[in-house]
Design a binder for this molecule. Structure first.
Ligand code: SF4
Length: 368
């Protein structure tokens, strides 16, 4: 372990030299030193919020094949974007994506603005994303600080204040390191270092270009940094999804209210997901009069702020009309509807356990 006083200053040049040899090959990246297409960088950064690189890659390819420019995306119906986004989660991102594309098309002549400030004024673009686009697509010396960079910098300078208090010091330390040459590569190199070497657990310090400069490593505290506040337990909510199958085989498909959780997405009819609804009152919320069966088991799904226990009630052979806010959909239409992950789990649950215990008949019809 090196003594702290004997450590070299960490340099951007050392990181860039490492990046030139070890950079990840990602579909939205240009070769070293080149500025990338802002549309592709923006799209990838929005997808990478809360999503791993491996999960984002196929979505990125599908989006850029279908909508090669921001103008194409702006012209697309929101429903198509929501359906194409299905499975990535955090659907507010898809709605913001559409709103942002439309703003760029309408107010900026189809070209992304090239400063952090103007980028931040666009829907769904926060400080990190604005800095990442400004640096990578426009070569501006912006400090893009996400969770990966926070970790690297907190370790490099042994910043041991807990988050979020440490954020200002981390941001200042990052900004002081951004070089005027190749700021975009520096931002991407930081991301790569955090993702592949300076990992949350067991960082591979012996492979790190900053090994001789890292105060956290030298002090033997790197793995404990950054200090995170204790996580609050997620509350548990219960909800019920309804699987209704028409006698002609079609399935009742609803559309979620425009605003709120999974807003505007296609879904099975369900009780409000953020309320806590016990299964014994499920039939008060059933969409049609029918012989409903509660399917055995339940689905668990974790949202950002709560853990959902979803129960499924099913009925078959109905001839009822679809209530307001829903329609009868064929299996193929259901397949293409772009259900969010929690609803795909519910459909899989139905397929696995279609037989259940009959429960009483109920006349109540709601469309909420
Ligand atoms: S030396 Fe280790 S802890 Fe320090 S920045 Fe490199 S990988 Fe992270």
């Amino acid at each position: 372990m090196a003594h702290l006083n004997s450590l070299a200053q960490p340099s951007a040049a050392a990181l860039l030299a490492w990046y030139d040899r070890h950079r990840r090959d990602l579909p939205w990246r240009e070769h070293s030193g080149a500025c990338a297409d802002p549309y592709r960088i923006w799209l990838s950064e929005i997808m990478l919020q809360q999503t791993t690189v491996a999960a984002a890659k196929p979505y990125f390819r599908a989006f850029t094949q279908r909508w090669p420019t921001v103008a194409d995306l702006a012209a697309a119906p929101l429903d198509d974007i929501l359906a194409a986004w299905a499975g990535l989660g955090y659907y507010a991102r898809a709605r913001n994506l559409h709103a942002c594309a439309r703003t760029v098309a309408a107010d900026h002549g189809g070209r992304f603005p090239d400063t952090e400030e103007d980028l931040r004024a666009l829907p769904g673009i926060g400080p990190y994303t604005a800095a990442a686009i400004a640096a990578i697509a426009f070569g501006r010396p912006a400090a893009a600080v996400d969770g990966n960079v926070e970790r690297v910098i907190a370790r490099l300078f042994a910043i041991d204040d807990p988050l979020p208090k440490a954020k200002a010091a981390i941001r200042d330390a990052t900004a002081a390191m951004v070089p005027s040459e190749r700021p975009g590569d520096f931002a991407q190199a930081m991301m790569d270092l955090g993702a592949t070497i300076c990992t949350p657990k067991r960082p591979a310090c012996t492979l790190c270009p900053w090994l001789g400069s890292c105060q956290g490593e030298a002090a033997g505290v790197a793995e404990r940094l950054p200090v995170k506040p204790a996580k609050a337990e997620r509350p548990v909510r219960r909800a019920i999804a309804f699987w209704a199958q028409h006698e002609d085989g079609r399935i009742l498909l609803a559309r979620r209210p425009e605003h709120g959780l999974l807003g505007g997405m296609a879904a099975l009819w369900a009780t409000p997901l953020t309320a806590d609804t016990a299964p014994n009152v499920a039939l008060d919320f059933a969409p049609i009069e029918a012989e409903w069966r509660r399917l055995p088991g339940e689905i668990e799904h974790v949202f950002t702020h709560f853990r959902l226990r979803l129960f499924v009630f099913a009925t078959r052979g109905t001839t009822a009309a679809a209530p307001l806010g829903s329609r009868w959909a064929t299996e193929q239409e259901l397949e293409k509807a772009g259900l969010p992950t929690v609803m795909r789990k519910a459909v899989a649950h139905v397929r696995e356990r279609q037989e259940g215990r009959p429960v009483r008949r109920r006349r109540r019809i709601r469309n909420g």
